[in-house]
Design a protein around this ligand. Structure first.
Ligand code: FE
Length: 347
């Protein structure tokens, strides 16, 4: 796509977004609604929203888009924004939304009493509602798990032509790289990214699931993916996807060092939320044991509510050491991460 087309396309998207927000803001005042801007695109979420409506009578108006587009939209709409709840599938973007004054703090006794403090913003601007580890997928009949160790090692010659990973436009990769940048010096991090580019089995393409499929097809050996995509493949309607997943194993990197990088999905209340009370109710519902079970059992994400038992599959993957580098520190590194990824020519 050329730039002119992209620009025209973005204007078109923007007009569509503004029109939908006009329609949303015209809904009858007596309607009990909550307007959700979400960067998540999973079936489990729709199930949870339906359950919420059934329980409370509050209708969920869901607008799904790329998180950066949603943040742009919140900025453009300003005080007229119909957005009540803002959801991201990435910690870095949520912290940026707070820094851009797109959110407001909220109080919830349920959340402060039940959700571990490290999964909440220390000023109550957002709360995590799922966790996902970014791990290595491999085929044990091709790759000896003893050759796998750390994210850092993936940039060495031993992995030449073996790495499968999606584009650096993807927030999961940006946040993973920001965690490396938050741990090491900038020049080390840049060399790491260049090493990964050097070791790629093919130019970045597709999503996390496509990396696992390419690995199964013998295109590369090690796919960098979020844990839940393995769960989604294992439970796919497509028998070929199930077969691929059954021959794939997950490796949790950096267990002897700082731990595996874990990202979060987080929820917040938009700065100008017209239905703040409904927003509060919905966020508490995302964290309820009932919803946490759905995220864990249907989307194979790690629950944040400590009373929710891990489903069998997550238990099979095992417990693991988590990188505890603060979300704030990682978020602060994202801007530089994007520049360095570009410099490393990670497409
Ligand atoms: Fe995802």
């Amino acid at each position: 796509m050329n730039h002119l087309f992209l620009r025209k396309f973005s204007v078109l998207i923007l007009l569509t977004l503004l029109y939908t927000s006009f329609v949303l803001s015209c809904s009858q005042p007596q309607d009990a609604v909550v307007n959700v801007y979400s960067g998540r695109h999973y079936q489990a979420d729709e199930q949870v929203f339906q359950n919420f409506t059934q329980k409370t009578g509050i209708k969920v108006n869901l607008i799904k888009a790329n998180t950066d587009q949603l943040m742009q939209r919140l900025q453009l709409e300003g005080a007229n924004s119909p957005a009540d709840v803002f959801i991201t599938s990435d910690a870095g973007r949520m912290v940026q939304a707070k820094q851009k004054n797109l959110l407001q703090p909220f109080q919830s006794q349920f959340i402060s009493e039940n959700i571990p403090a490290y999964l909440q913003d220390n000023q109550n601007y957002w709360v995590a509602f799922t966790q996902r580890a970014r791990v290595l997928a491999y085929n044990p009949s091709v790759t000896d798990s003893n050759t796998l160790s750390t994210y850092e090692a993936l940039a060495t010659d031993a992995f030449n032509n073996k790495i499968l990973v999606r584009s650096s436009q993807n927030h999961y990769n940006q946040t993973l790289f920001a965690s490396i940048l938050a741990t090491h010096q900038s020049d080390y991090a840049l060399k790491w990214a260049q090493g990964i580019v050097q070791n790629m089995a093919r130019p970045p393409q597709g999503n996390d699931r496509d990396q696992i499929k390419a690995m199964a097809a013998g295109i590369g050996e090690v796919a960098i993916v979020n844990t839940y995509y393995m769960g989604l493949l294992l439970h796919s309607d497509n028998p070929e996807e199930r077969r691929i997943a059954q021959q794939t194993k997950l490796f949790f990197p950096n267990q002897q060092t700082r731990g595996t990088h874990v990202n979060i999905s987080a929820a917040s209340i938009a700065a100008h939320a017209p239905n703040k009370e409904h927003a509060n109710l919905l966020i508490e519902y995302l964290l309820s044991v009932e919803s946490q079970r759905i995220f864990a059992e249907q989307n194979f994400e790690y629950p944040v509510h400590p009373k929710v038992e891990w489903p069998m599959l997550l238990q099979e993957w095992g417990t693991f050491k988590t990188d505890t580098t603060s979300v704030q520190k990682i978020a602060n590194a994202i801007e530089e991460a994007v520049i360095l990824l570009d410099k490393a020519e990670w497409q």
